[in-house]
Design a protein around this ligand. Structure first.
Ligand SMILES: [Zn+2]
Ligand SMILES: [Zn+2]
Length: 165
């Protein structure tokens, strides 16, 4: 399978093929190397994120969202124009075609597994059964955790400085 991840050190996006044999992931842009815990990657499964080691992963359709939105927008505009010209059949024809293309795309695209914590994307695996769909609660927990870490790192090494003033 393939992982797309943001390097924890230089924050650039990298892409790597991984399998059961992978023990280390190197960043393309800097010296950073992530050790891959053994047993994380199966032949057709993923037990945990190999970048941040989190076990919280969710499945989502690997749908090109901009393309989906573009199709809907174009379809809506075209059907509006047809409607204004009193082309009733054309209007509904366009709407149905737009919907059909969206459904077809949805069926064709494969699933990807995404890490809640670091956002790494895993593609090219058929058995994602061990992971659930997106859960807003879990996402929120990780978002708050990240926000806290961000706040801490911005405060600098001496967080008591403010209290004295
Ligand atoms: Zn890097
Ligand atoms: Zn992760």
């Amino acid at each position: 399978m393939e992982v797309t991840f943001r390097c924890p050190s230089c924050e650039k996006i990298g892409r790597r093929r991984i399998d059961e044999e992978t023990t280390e992931l190197a960043c393309d842009h800097c010296e950073q190397r992530c050790q891959v815990p053994s047993g994380s990657v199966g032949e057709q499964s993923l037990a945990r994120c190999v970048i941040c080691r989190s076990h919280d992963l969710f499945i989502r359709k690997d749908f090109p969202q901009r393309l989906g939105v573009a199709i809907v927008v174009i379809g809506s505009l075209a059907s509006c124009i047809a409607w204004l010209r009193y082309q009733v059949f054309l209007t509904f024809g366009i709407l149905f075609t737009t919907a059909a293309i969206d459904v077809l795309l949805y069926l064709l695209v494969r699933d990807a597994v995404v890490c809640y914590r670091c956002g790494a994307h895993y593609r090219g695996c058929d058995e994602w059964d061990s992971h659930g769909d997106f859960d807003l609660e879990v996402h929120e927990r990780y978002r708050q955790e990240a926000a806290r870490e961000e706040a801490l790192s911005q405060e600098g090494p001496s967080p008591h400085e403010n209290q004295r003033a």
